[in-house]
Design a protein around this ligand. Structure first.
Ligand code: FES
Length: 168
């Protein structure tokens, strides 16, 4: 009878990047968060299958890795879009129309907040204060900052987000 072996989730490249952190941290447990970011950068998510593999690398129990993973709501188990955009909904942005921007942007992208476009290009989410309160309402899309947005700009913003995804 033929048997199949599941491919590891953590690739040799990811493994090498994670191991490169070991000398820089006092314990392997302290590498948990950077390691999760490495996996997330490669896969745009942290699949469930990565948890036991990472636990083994870090000499931890899967539950310990899972605790860290779920403490930060940043990590998703299914892939996000190529561009992950957070529209701030904290007080300064909210008072200056951030929620209207988010609603208009979601409408232009054809999704609800928290969803990913069907072409896999953009995930749109609520975000908490981005430290850009002077430029409210603000949005972060991967590493790109958008400032002083208005709901009227939603169409142009949606186009820019898709173009940003095409460039990746
Ligand atoms: S409240 Fe939105 S960036 Fe601070």
């Amino acid at each position: 009878m033929a048997t199949t072996t599941a491919q590891p989730v953590i690739t040799p490249q990811m493994r090498a990047e994670i191991e490169a952190f070991f000398p820089r941290y006092p314990t392997r447990q302290a590498v948990t968060l950077p390691a999760l970011h490495i996996i997330n950068e490669h896969l745009r998510c942290v699949p469930d299958g990565a948890i036991p593999e990472l636990a083994q690398m870090l000499e931890l129990s899967p539950a310990q890795v899972y605790d860290t993973l779920t403490f930060y709501q940043f990590f998703k188990s299914k892939p996000c879009g190529k561009v992950r955009a957070w529209v701030c909904r904290s007080i300064s942005c909210s008072l200056r129309g951030g929620e209207e921007v988010l609603e208009s942007l979601a409408e232009k992208l054809g999704i609800a907040p928290g969803e990913t476009t069907s072409d896999g290009k953009v995930t749109l989410e609520f975000g908490e204060c981005l430290g850009l309160c002077d430029y409210a309402p603000a949005m972060l899309a991967n590493e790109t900052v958008y400032k002083n947005m208005t709901a009227d700009q939603a169409g142009a913003l949606a186009t820019q987000l898709k173009q940003q995804a095409d460039g990746r």
